[in-house]
Design a protein around this ligand. Structure first.
Ligand code: SF4
Length: 241
C-alpha cells in the first residue's frame, strides 16, 4: 500500500494512537487540541531543541542535524525529527561488507558513510506504554524509506531524568508502528471516534476536558456530545418561559 502526498498524516499521530485511539481520533479526525501543563512543557522542550541550536553541527565522528523533514509514502506519515545523528561508520559496516541493506549514506561536505540515528526529546520519564518508542520507530521508518538504508536503533531523551534511553527497532516494534500508522489512517478515513475507555492514562491526557471520559463511554464523537449538551441546555432555558 502507498499513500499520496495529500494523504500523509502527522507522525505524532502514531504516538497519540498507541496512547489512546480516542485521543488520536479527537486530534486527527475532529481537530480537537487542548494544551495541558504536560503538552506545554513538551512543546517548550521541542522548541529549545529546534531553535536554540544550529541545524547542523559536527561533533567529531557525529554530524547532528535538527528539524529534519520526514515522510513515508508507505506508511502515510510526515513530520520532522527533533535530532538525527549521523554517525561515521566503521569499515565493516560499509555496504557489501556486512551484507543486507546499506547502513549509511553520503553527506555533503563530509567524507565517508554516515549511519542515521534518530533522537526524540520527551518531557517526563520513560513510560509503561510504547507510544514514545512507536513515534521514534516511525521516524526511523521514514528515514529508511527516504535514504534507502537500514536503521537498527535510536534513542529517547527524557527531560525529567536528563538521560537517553536506547531504542532498538526490532521486528515487534516495527510491526506495532506499522499497525499504528494503518489504524490511524483507517480512523481518519472513516471519520471514526472510538468510545472512551477511562483509565490511568486519562490523568495525563491533555484532551480529558474535551473527551469527558466519564460521560463518553459510548461510541460517540466529541462534536456530537457538545451538540447534545447545547441542545439540552437550550431545552432547559426554553422550559423557563
Ligand atoms: S481522556 Fe482518556 S479516553 Fe479520553 S482521549 Fe484522553 S486518554 Fe483517551
Amino acid at each position: 500500500m502507498t499513500f499520496d502526498e495529500d494523504e500523509l498524516l502527522p507522525l505524532s499521530g502514531v504516538q497519540h494512537l498507541v496512547f489512546c485511539e480516542r485521543q488520536a481520533a479527537l486530534i486527527h479526525t475532529e481537530g480537537a487540541w487542548a494544551d495541558n501543563a504536560l503538552t506545554v512543557e513538551g512543546s517548550y522542550r521541542h522548541r529549545r531543541v529546534h531553535d536554540a541550536a544550529p541545524r547542523r553541527e559536527r561533533r567529531g565522528d557525529v554530524i547532528v542535524v535538527r528539524g529534519l523533514s520526514l515522510r513515508s509514502f508507505e506508511f502515510g506519515l510526515s513530520g520532522a525529527a527533533d535530532v538525527v545523528e549521523f554517525r561515521l561508520l566503521a569499515d565493516h559496516d560499509r555496504p557489501g561488507q556486512s551484507g543486507g541493506p546499506p547502513r549509511g549514506v553520503r553527506l555533503p561536505n563530509a567524507s565517508g558513510l554516515w549511519g542515521p540515528f534518530p533522537v526524540e526529546y520527551k518531557r517526563g520519564r520513560p513510560k509503561a506504554h510504547r507510544a514514545d518508542e512507536v513515534q521514534l520507530c516511525a521516524q526511523a521508518l521514514c528515514l529508511e524509506e527516504m535514504l534507502g538504508v537500514h536503521i537498527a536503533a535510536g534513542a529517547l531523551f527524557y527531560g525529567k531524568e536528563q538521560r537517553r534511553v536506547p531504542v532498538e527497532f526490532e521486528p515487534e516494534l516495527r510491526a506495532l508502528t506499522r499497525a499504528a500508522a494503518y489504524r490511524l489512517h483507517e480512523l481518519v478515513e472513516n471519520g471514526e471516534t472510538p468510545a472512551a475507555a477511562k483509565g490511568k492514562k486519562c490523568r495525563s491526557c491533555s484532551l480529558a476536558a474535551v473527551c469527558v471520559p466519564e460521560a463518553m463511554s459510548r461510541r460517540c464523537s466529541a462534536k456530537r456530545f457538545v451538540a447534545a449538551e447545547i441542545n439540552r441546555c437550550l431545552c432547559l432555558e426554553s422550559d423557563r418561559f
